[in-house]
Write a protein that binds this ligand. Sequence first.
Ligand code: FAD
Length: 349
Amino acid sequence: MSKFTRREILSAFLGLPFALAACKSDSANEFPDGDIVGANAQVGHILRENRNVEVSANNWENTKVAIVGGGAAGLSSAWKLQKENFSDFVLLELEAAIGGTARSGADNFTSYPWGAHYLPVPFKENAELIALLDEMNLTEGRNQNGEIIVAEQFLCREPEERVFYKGRWYEGLYLRAGANEDDLQQLSEFQKAIDFWVNWRDTRGRRAFVLPIADCSTDAEATDLDKISFADWLRKKGFTSDRLFWYCDYACRDDYGLRLGQTSAWAGLFYFCSRVRSSGEESQQFITFPEGNGRFVNYLHEKIRNKTRLKTIALEIIPNEKGVDVIYLNTEANEVRLSVGCALFARAV
Ligand SMILES: Cc1cc2nc3c(=O)[nH]c(=O)nc-3n(C[C@H](O)[C@H](O)[C@H](O)COP(=O)(O)OP(=O)(O)OC[C@H]3O[C@@H](n4cnc5c(N)ncnc54)[C@H](O)[C@@H]3O)c2cc1C
């Protein structure tokens, strides 16, 4: 069998430019051309400095709503306002590109997500999100239970997830290989606890964990779970299996960027329960695109492009008797402006 050089192997998997850069003799710390995508540190420092800014009188403007942040949340708020024929708003985004953690990119060959890559198919109760999916022509009607049918080409049929352990890949996120009887027994007990919460309803028929979060139960039995960490919840339930702890820790890192001890039991259980309609059912399917959730971002942005101000940081939001004043800085023009009377109340200037 012929031997491959390091450059040939890197070239086969990562492309020639990477291989060339990686194999230069003095290239230990060199990367191929490109930028690290993500929050701009320089801009972040401006926020951290807590600058005291003077706003000159002619730099005031009056809008009824200022949306701070052009991630999925900000963009969908803007979409909602626009749908309600409300147009007196601006959206301020500190980065040069829209999308936040659902941002995407494209090259000559394909588009790709930088962060969020899929959307679990919403339950029928999630009317606002379904309205967006309908509007984007991603749905093909409803089934006999009233649940949406997503067009096949937008579904990810095989969302395989694997764990790399001791030099090998294993299917699934829970490492079954090498699990002993006690591990598997605890996994089964854990699943029962999840089933309990999936089926749980409060006196008003609300689920404990569901999207949108506004529909979640506010009963103490559910909300008290926010007072303890997921790690403590597991321990209180008598769980000790390292594998189970690793699995739950993975879930917290994946969804919240936090460890098991830093995530509340409410948030941890939300991960496991909110995408399952009723116990025993599979988790909801995933809607995905080459650019991941960037498809939603770009669609929403297109609708409100003329209301969007990129490279614009909200420095301060000051409540007043009529709403709030938003002091913002355009990092390109280095211009500080004041948006007056935001959040539904206008103030005469
Ligand atoms: C790597 C990764 C993978 C993910 N995968 C998935 C997935 O597959 N499916 C899924 O559903 N979710 C996923 N998520 C989570 C998902 O991306 C987020 O829940 C969602 O996009 C958050 O949207 P947001 O608008 O609340 O916040 P963000 O995306 O954080 O957007 C906030 C925006 O506000 C801007 N901003 C902040 N402060 C200011 C300021 N002072 N002035 C002006 N602008 C400001 C930021 O620049 C940013 O653009 C993933 C997240 C990451 C990081």
